[in-house]
Design a protein around this ligand. Sequence first.
Ligand code: GLY
Ligand code: MN
Ligand code: MN
Length: 449
Amino acid sequence: MPRTALPRPAAISSAEYRARRQALMTALPEHSAVLISAASLVTRNRDSEYAFRQDSDFHYLSGFPEPDALLVLLPGRGAGESVLFCQEKDAFKEAWTGMRIGAEAAVTAYGVDEAYENDDRDALLPELLEGRETLYLPLDDGEMLALVESLRAELAPQARRGERTPRAFADVAPLIHERRLIKSEVELGLMRHAARISAQAHRRAMQNVSPGLLEYQLQAELEHEFVWHGARAPAYATIVGGGANACVLHYIENSAALRDGDLVLIDAGGEFDLYAGDITRTFPVNGRFTPAQRELYEVVLEAQCRAVAAVAPGTTLSAIHDGVVRDLTTGLIRLGLLEGPLEGPLEERIADDGYRRFFLHATSHWLGLDVHDVGTYRVDGEPRALAPGMVLTVEPGLYIPDAEDIPEAYRGMGIRIEDDVVVTATGHEVLTADVPKEVAEIEALMCDG
Ligand code: GLY
Ligand code: MN
Ligand code: MN
């Protein structure tokens, strides 16, 4: 029976890209300009290149999907505030590597005010930047810094005559990142879609795992599902770790055989229209949790569910993490993995960092165009309060070393459960609820289909 594709959500409109540029320009002081580059193609080996992935900040402001482009924002310029430089139309090159948008279509399809080919850039840029004093650019972009240094040299005569020319550089990244932190309705539609595809991929993995399968074969099940639904690349390197491999937080080797009686941890998400899904599930290779696996799993699950339930405007990731530490520490003491008071305050165990032997990462990160998305976690030294439109992950885990002092039943177990959650006006929405995480639901999906 032919499969049905999930309905495609609305794409970001050129009006939304324009509004983002306007909002950024509104935040700039007088006599300033923004310069931001597209990503470049990167050689993989000899004539082969890595698949192109646009720079997230450049994409956020332009939606323009090609390499080797430059966006210049000139607040208050009567002739047009947004100027794009892009690759030239070239029939020969296009015959090899595909259609190029070109300057003319860049204006009509992407809503910039003016567009020129890259060949015109060096001649036009000094003119465009006349009268601009502060240039906002990504200060970690070495090529961009070299470009503006050469522009300053070119504008030196004007500077000597006392005319206003670029004399200060400032980092544009924090201004863009503060805006990227709050997702629009259309962005949330794309993230819902990335999450749904990712959830479907995890379901497929649960339904297709069996002892003896290699970790990368399970990876293939997930990535098949991503691509089939139009999430053309994973949002980050897929992690499939059987047994103790699950204790390596960024295990991407994915080459071992999955063993009967072990758990397997999968951390994988598809990228749709550049927005990331990011899901982790941990389940038994043979479809049934052992009693010890189940005990440890329930500790992580309870901490995870309570953390998800706590997501709401006004709370902080730091407060959510503290709740997770408390719940995991309680569970570790109960299972005999940590010494400590079974009753009474846990403060001692929390303060002495005993739990860190088993849980050493943060509970959450922002999610969006980047899997570890942009936006600071603290404001004026204090944890940032959650607000509607923010998207975050909730991903506690326990990773039990294979060590002599650990009760044998738990040795070498790694468990993480991760969902993607939007902060709404009244609480939260879980984007990744389509993939089970309760023990009974997982076993039912794996054993009964
Ligand atoms: N997959 C990376 C993370 O969960 O943070
Ligand atoms: Mn994550
Ligand atoms: Mn993840």
